[in-house]
Every structure is written in structure tokens, then in C-alpha cells.
Design a protein around this ligand. Structure first.
Ligand code: ZN
Length: 348
């Protein structure tokens, strides 16, 4: 039986622009409670004061990955760029919170290729000038997917500029990873764009669309599109869901339902949403119990912990390699069979 690389399909790079990276995090976002918690758990709380934030973040990500890889949890990562927010008229919004340029992500993946299977994911806002040309450019450079966060980046999937990008993605067989459901890490400026049903046109056209978080709500006031997501993956063979941030306080409650519907479970692709810390909650029905939860919580690599918790919840091993079939051939150039470090399975 063929074995495929185990991939984490949802990984964020971030930075403040140190050493000319052009990364950006607004000072309000950097000092928000969520980001302070994230910085603390990554061990980079004061890196920004020494102009080392970008390098320290990247180093921590690599360390976490190497630990997960050597313990047999993962073979590779899909690493996300994050484009700016654009207004409907195509101008750059005055309110930017997060920016991770494609050039930084592609360079990172290229530079660390020998350490694991790092696949760059482009982010091109469809309203930006020359969006089509840029999309084609990054596809030629080997983009493994496109990532959009429609409700925070102000992307209307029904806009003709979005449809122009769908056309390119379909032509080159590049999957589109879209955030679906509630959003709390950055401001949710257009909550209704979290609705997965808005991507019906892209699906009808034949694009592979991966709905991050499966349309689930996180906060208790979020709208929950889980049932609509489930209906879409049953209707369209090219509709998928990623399991990013499901091991979190707000979303663990949806895991049981997703796994119990076999038609939905086979459409799920592993993603962690790094650096969001995975949490093992012991008190749900069929949950792992308190002792096991503590043991899982002690796994230091965030990548490994997310996989370990999911294994405990009953995600099959195929879940972790399922995404490989969606990686376009253009991104697999140079990755011949067996040319990825296959690590031994272990119980960490
Ligand atoms: Zn994410």
C-alpha cells in the first residue's frame, strides 16, 4: 500500500518586518490579550523589543516541526502568506492588522527545504491590482494552494474579481483554502463572508475548496455553518474541510459530530492553525479522560500535540495524509516519491 506524507495543511508564519521581511502586525494586535498569550507560549514575549520577532518566531516554528517530525507525527507543512485588507474599490484599507508577504513565505520554504516538506501557500487578494498576474506568478513559483480569510480580508466570493481567480485556480488545479465560520484572531469585518455556501460557484466550476474549521463557530455568539458545510462536502466531491483549531476551547465540541458522519469524516484534512495552542479537553462524551488529557497537554511541540490529541479523539491515520492528493503537480516538482523524510510512527 502506498504511503503519503503526513501534512499539516494550516500553518501561519508571522513577523514584524525585522531585517526587511515586510511582515506586519499592528501594535494593537500585537498587544491584544490573545497575541500576548500566543507570544508567551511561543517564548517570544519580548522578541519585538530586540528586533528579533521574525527570526525568533521562525526558529520556534522550525523547532516545533522538527520535534514533531522526529517523533513520527508529521512530514511537512503548508505555510501561509496573508495578504492585506482591500476595500471594495480596490484601494488598500487604512486598517491593517496582519500582513505576511508571499515573498517571505516562499523564501522561508525554499530556505528550509532540507529540513522537511515545506510547501508555500500564496495569499493574493482578488481586489488588488494585477491579482490575476500575481496569482499566476506564484503558481509558476510552486504555490501549493491559495489562502483567503474572506470575513477579515473583505473578500466577497460572489464578486467577479473573485471569480476570475477561481478560473485560474481551477485551470492549474490549485486548491483554495478559505476560512469559514467565526473569526477572533483578527477583526471580523464582514461576518457573513464566513458562510461556506458563498463558494458554490467555485465548487460548480470544479475548484477544490477546503473550508478551514469546517464552518464551525468558535465563540458562543458566532453563527454556526457546520450543517451547511456538511451538506456541501456531501454534494460536491471537490469540497473539503480542514480540522484547524478544532482542538481549541471553542471548537472541540464539534469533533464528535464531524467524525460520526462518515460521509463528512472522509472529507477532512489535517491542519493545526499553528500557533494557536491545541488544548485537550477531557470532559466531552468519548473524551480521553483527565489523566490522558494531562499527558497530551504536556507534549511540547504544538504540531505534535495537535496530532496526538486528534489521534486520541479517533481521527484515523489516513486523516493526516489525506491532503497529499490535493497538492498540485506544479508544487510537487522536485519532490519525487520517497524524497521526503518518512519518520517512524511512535507514541511520542
Ligand atoms: Zn488560521
Amino acid at each position: 500500500m502506498k504511503s503519503y506524507p503526513r501534512l499539516d495543511f494550516h500553518v501561519h508564519l508571522a513577523g514584524l518586518g525585522n531585517n526587511g521581511t515586510r511582515n506586519f502586525i499592528s501594535s494593537g494586535t500585537l498587544r491584544s490579550l490573545l497575541f500576548v498569550i500566543l507570544r508567551m507560549q511561543l517564548g517570544i514575549l519580548s522578541s519585538h523589543r530586540k528586533n528579533r520577532f521574525d527570526a525568533d518566531y521562525a526558529r520556534k516554528l522550525l523547532t516545533d516541526f522538527t520535534r514533531a517530525q522526529s517523533a513520527g507525527f508529521l512530514d511537512g507543512l503548508l505555510v501561509f502568506a496573508h495578504d492585506q485588507v482591500f476595500m471594495d474599490d480596490g484601494s488598500v484599507s487604512g486598517c491593517q492588522e496582519l500582513f505576511v508577504p508571499n515573498s517571505y513565505v516562499f523564501l522561508f520554504c525554499e530556505r528550509h527545504r532540507s529540513q522537511g516538506l515545506f510547501l508555500p501557500v500564496m495569499s493574493v487578494h482578488p481586489y488588488r491590482l494585477h491579482a490575476r498576474k500575481q496569482t499566476e506568478y506564484w503558481i509558476q513559483k510552486g504555490a501549493a494552494a491559495m489562502k483567503w480569510l474572506p470575513n477579515s480580508q473583505n473578500i466577497d466570493p460572489g464578486d467577479k474579481r473573485s471569480e476570475a481567480i477561481f478560473e485560474i485556480l481551477e485551470h492549474f488545479k490549485i486548491p483554495l483554502i478559505v476560512h469559514s465560520g467565526g473569526e477572533h484572531t483578527v477583526t471580523n469585518i464582514r461576518p457573513k463572508f464566513g458562510d461556506p455556501r458563498l463558494f458554490r460557484r467555485a465548487l460548480r466550476r470544479g475548484c477544490n475548496v477546503i473550508f478551514a474549521h469546517c464552518g464551525t463557530s468558535s465563540g458562543f455568539l458566532d453563527f454556526n455553518w457546520l450543517n451547511d458545510f456538511a451538506a456541501l462536502v456531501k454534494e460536491f466531491p471537490n469540497a473539503w474541510g480542514d480540522t484547524s483549531a478544532l482542538c481549541s476551547l471553542g471548537r472541540t465540541r464539534w469533533i464528535g459530530g464531524l467524525l460520526s458522519d462518515s460521509d463528512v469524516a472522509v472529507k477532512l484534512i489535517h491542519g493545526s492553525d499553528y500557533p494557536i495552542p491545541p488544548i485537550c479537553l477531557p470532559f466531552f462524551r468519548n473524551g480521553p479522560g483527565f489523566k490522558k488529557a494531562l499527558e497530551l497537554q504536556a507534549v511540547s511541540s504544538l504540531f505534535a500535540r495537535d496530532v496526538a490529541i486528534k489521534r486520541e479523539w479517533g481521527f484515523p491515520e489516513s486523516h493526516f495524509s489525506k491532503g497529499w492528493e490535493l497538492i498540485p503537480e506544479s508544487a510537487k516538482k522536485g519532490i519525487v516519491a520517497g524524497n521526503w523524510k518518512k519518520s517512524k510512527p511512535s507514541n511520542f
